[in-house]
Ligand binder design. Structure first.
Ligand code: GLY
Ligand code: MN
Ligand code: MN
Length: 446
């Protein structure tokens, strides 16, 4: 059971904008996610489908958003779990059909038990089906059946759909640009995750377990009625050089850095922050050299997040700083041009092997095609886009394919912030999370 994070008007505006891209005689079917089994008869915590959250804010399981304009105007409905005393005794209260219609941004609501029969007749009455496939096998089958057995070419009464399309190409374009109300929630999410990182930095000491840092961060999310937006990465020592490390089961020793990549979700809107700090409160000379380089790259990348710049501008800015820094530190022995390569694919990529930015929103790796028209370096940034900036350097001590100076061996550092694109330049939504060496050392030693 949940409340709506946005006004009804905000949802109606989104639905109208979406519908304005669709032809007459269309039906839209958006299922929410399925519950996933964790073990036997227990499931993972439910998380609603982001398109469902975006269009109508329905956050409970077993639901469909359906709309159609075959009557000449758009009519929207929600199919939801009906009230059921026995089911609610076991699984929790349900909003139910009446309340769904009364409080959610739809014209009508029905029981999920009616979905197949109602959709079957709606499919008969529409030409174009827009459905997110792969979420409901029975709905996919129904749509397929109506297309193959009732298509207009075979059915002389002219009923049934003639096309099935994925509506995400329209919705993703809309979700790419955040509304002022969405930005407010993204700010809250960024702020909460910043506070969690500060708690974790302050509590760090040599000998701490990675899982203990994870519990401080995620415990803070939960204590604020939030939850993580992706599995937290807490990598101590050389675990920090594994990009998607999330075992989080090692002790972190005196002298080691810890890399923490953790974010939370508020009403489904994600934050995504990475900070790296020394567990003993003091960066060594070598750690400082690499940290300073990553931080300079991050600042340059943020500065590159300007309206009109290509999506990859942040990556190019970070890459140039990284390549030059790696040469200066003696890690690469070549010219800047050689280090960067022909197309940002030179040997600096041995140590900075991921991208710099992704969109952020209802999904932590948010939707939105980066090069919709084949743009080599991605589409131009626009006001209202929100993206991460997250350069890193990783010197895995077990690698044999590259030469790594022994003094840097085992160091992994990433710094990640969440950035809002505005006409006055980039705004760092996670700016309250400290990242200079002085700030970080001060917090740990306080
Ligand atoms: N936390 C996932 C990422 O930084 O992309
Ligand atoms: Mn991250
Ligand atoms: Mn990220």
């Amino acid at each position: 059971m949940s409340n709506l994070p946005f006004s009804i008007e905000e949802y109606i505006n989104r639905q109208s904008e979406f519908h304005s891209h669709l032809p007459d005689n269309s039906i839209v079917i958006i299922p929410t996610n399925n519950l996933s089994t964790r073990s036997n008869d227990t499931s993972f915590p439910f998380r609603g489908n982001s398109y469902m959250l975006y269009l109508c804010g329905w956050a409970d399981p077993e639901a469909f958003f359906v709309s159609s304009n075959n009557s000449g105007e758009w009519k929207t409905s929600l199919f939801v779990q009906p009230n059921d005393t026995l089911a609610e005794i076991w699984e929790g209260r349900r909003i139910g059909i009446e309340l769904a219609k009364e409080k959610w941004p739809v014209d009508d609501s029905f029981s999920i038990l009616e979905i197949n029969t109602k959709i079957e007749s709606m499919l008969d009455d529409n030409k174009h089906v827009y459905i997110i496939q792969g979420l409901s096998e029975s709905l996919d089958t129904l749509v397929h059946k109506s297309l193959t057995t009732k298509s207009r070419s075979r059915n002389l009464n002219g009923k049934g759909p003639i096309s099935v399309s994925d509506p995400s190409y329209i919705l993703d374009e809309m979700r790419l640009i955040k509304s002022p109300a969405e930005i407010e929630i993204l700010k809250m999410s960024a702020e909460l995750a910043s506070e969690a990182h500060i708690k974790a930095i302050s509590a760090t000491k040599p000998g701490i377990g990675e899982w203990e840092i994870q519990s401080i961060i995620e415990g803070y999310f939960i204590s604020n009625k939030s939850e993580y937006s992706y599995r937290s990465i807490v990598g101590g020592g050389s675990n920090a050089t594994i990009l998607h490390y999330c075992a989080n089961d090692s002790i972190i020793n005196d002298g080691d850095l810890v890399l923490v990549d953790a974010g939370c979700e508020i009403y489904g809107y994600a934050s995504d922050i990475t900070r790296t700090w020394p567990v003993n409160g003091k960066f060594s000379k070598e750690q400082k050299e690499i940290y300073d380089l990553v931080l300079s790259a991050e600042l340059a990348a943020i500065e590159a997040c300007q309206i009109g710049a290509p999506f990859r501008a942040s990556h190019h800015a970070a890459s140039k700083v990284m390549a030059l820094g790696l040469i200066k530190l003696g890690i690469l022995n070549c010219t800047l041009e050689e280090a960067l390569g022909d197309d940002y694919d030179g040997p600096y990529r041995n140590f900075f092997m991921h991208g710099t930015s992704h969109s952020l929103g209802l999904d932590v790796h948010d939707v939105g095609v980066i090069s919709p028209n084949g743009e080599k370096y991605g589409r131009a940034l626009k006001e209202g886009m929100v993206l991460t900036v997250e350069p890193g350097l990783y010197f895995a001590d077990w690698r044999t394919d590259v030469d790594i100076p022994s003094k840097y061996s085992g160091i992994g550092i990433r710094i990640e912030d969440d950035i809002l694109i505005t006409k006055n330049g980039p705004i760092v939504l996670t700016s309250s999370c400290p990242k200079t060496i002085d700030e970080i050392e001060l917090i740990i030693n306080r």
